[in-house]
Design a protein around this ligand. Structure first.
Ligand SMILES: Nc1ncnc2c1ncn2[C@@H]1O[C@H](COP(=O)(O)OP(=O)(O)OP(=O)(O)O)[C@@H](O)[C@H]1O
Ligand SMILES: [Mg+2]
Length: 249
């Protein structure tokens, strides 16, 4: 297995109103090239903070991360073009249409116009938004925005895709559409890293699952081994077994 992300002794301490908050606490793991890697854990576990550091948006206060061999602090400009990000808080422009939002992303990444237009048509169809292409996204439902965000992160054909809670609050059909997309990207050889609060989703979709709690990585393995190790039938039970606490959403 070839690592594409190498996280070593990663920490992030925020100072907020004079108080120290250890959001990520000495975490070490690899993500392998071509896998679907899931991160689960309760609110405040440090998932989004870890994502922000892996995607070069914030700097670690301790440890290091290499993405495709590049250091997230010193070589962030080499990393940005090869990753796609769907943040937990979506960042679409409400006064632009779906197509314009996608074009904006494509232009940011210097995707050639013809290639970009082809990808936009293709992806809009893939997530059933083709009839809404020229509507302002401000009027979109939550699920429509989510689907648009997911494809806006891949217009530049990144090798590595980061999705922070791509399916939260979605109806079952839309969740399934996003799973289909995840599997499709994975078949194309892309590496996919995502967070979720849905244990069934992590179980079904992921090659390996990292479980975080209070800033620490408390387990990392494939879903089968995780369940076997704690004699559980699902990942929710695995978490309870490891921490003695239930996941509250
Ligand atoms: N910019 C910030 N300043 C101060 N504290 C922060 C900041 N960002 C995150 N934190 C704190 O760091 C901890 C981890 O938060 P983070 O958002 O990474 O958790 P999470 O696992 O993504 O949770 P959720 O499941 O709710 O999205 C929390 O205690 C949070 O309040
Ligand atoms: Mg989060």
């Amino acid at each position: 297995m070839e690592p594409i992300i190498e996280v070593r002794n990663l920490s992030k301490i925020f100072i907020s109103r004079g108080r120290k908050i250890t959001a990520v606490d000495d975490v070490t793991f690899d993500v392998y090239k071509g896998e679907i890697f899931g991160m689960i854990g309760p609110n405040g576990a440090g998932k989004s903070t870890a994502f922000a550091m892996m995607t070069t948006l914030i700097k670690p206060t301790g440890g290091s991360i290499r993405v495709a061999g590049f250091d997230v602090v010193k070589e962030d400009d080499r990393i940005r073009p090869i990753i796609g990000i769907v943040p937990q808080k979506l960042s679409l422009y409400p006064d632009l249409t779906a197509r314009e939002n996608l074009e904006l992303m494509g232009n940011l990444y210097d995707v050639p116009k013809k290639v970009m237009e082809e990808r936009i048509e293709y992806y809009l169809k893939l997530v059933n938004l083709e009839t809404h292409a020229d509507r302002l996204t401000g009027g979109f439902s939550g699920g429509m925005k989510q689907r648009l965000s997911v494809i806006s992160a891949v217009i530049h054909d990144p090798q590595i895709i980061f999705w922070d809670e791509p399916t939260t609050g979605l109806d079952p059909q839309t969740r399934q559409a996003i799973w289909k997309l995840a599997r499709k990207f994975n078949k194309e050889g892309k590496t996919l890293i995502f967070t979720t609060h849905y244990m069934d989703e992590a179980d079904k979709l992921c090659d390996r699952v990292a479980i975080m709690n209070a800033g620490k990585l408390i387990a990392l393995d494939n879903p089968e081994n995780l369940k076997k190790a704690s004699n559980s039938t699902n990942l929710e039970e695995v978490f309870i077994h490891l921490t003695g606490e239930e996941i509250r959403d």
